[in-house]
Design a protein around this ligand. Structure first.
Ligand SMILES: [Zn+2]
Ligand SMILES: [Zn+2]
Length: 90
């Protein structure tokens, strides 16, 4: 179980780490400094790694999609070129 940050333990609040803000949700809501970060640095690191992995996968998806679009465009260009060549030959 994660230990609550000093603000939450003082107030008796439910301390929930908010990884995007680097603070617990209670401290983020009050916009005050949270000392929970130091305790859960490892958690944050693993979350960041997971996020990076997700992002890489997303990028890979985008890349292949763009490649597909690019290939389709190239195919249509070649089709037009082939038609023009046929017309030139006849
Ligand atoms: Zn807290
Ligand atoms: Zn806090």
């Amino acid at each position: 179980m994660p230990t609550p940050c000093s603000n939450c333990s003082r107030r008796g609040d439910n301390c929930l780490m908010n990884l995007s803000s680097g603070r617990c949700s209670a401290c983020a809501g009050r916009n005050v400094k949270c000392d929970l970060v130091l305790d859960s640095l490892e958690d944050q690191r693993s979350e960041l790694r997971a996020r990076e992995l997700r992002l890489r996968r997303e990028l890979a998806k985008v890349d292949s999609k763009e490649k597909e679009m690019f290939n389709q465009e190239m195919a249509s260009i070649r089709e037009v070129q082939a038609l023009e060549e046929e017309e030139a030959c006849s």
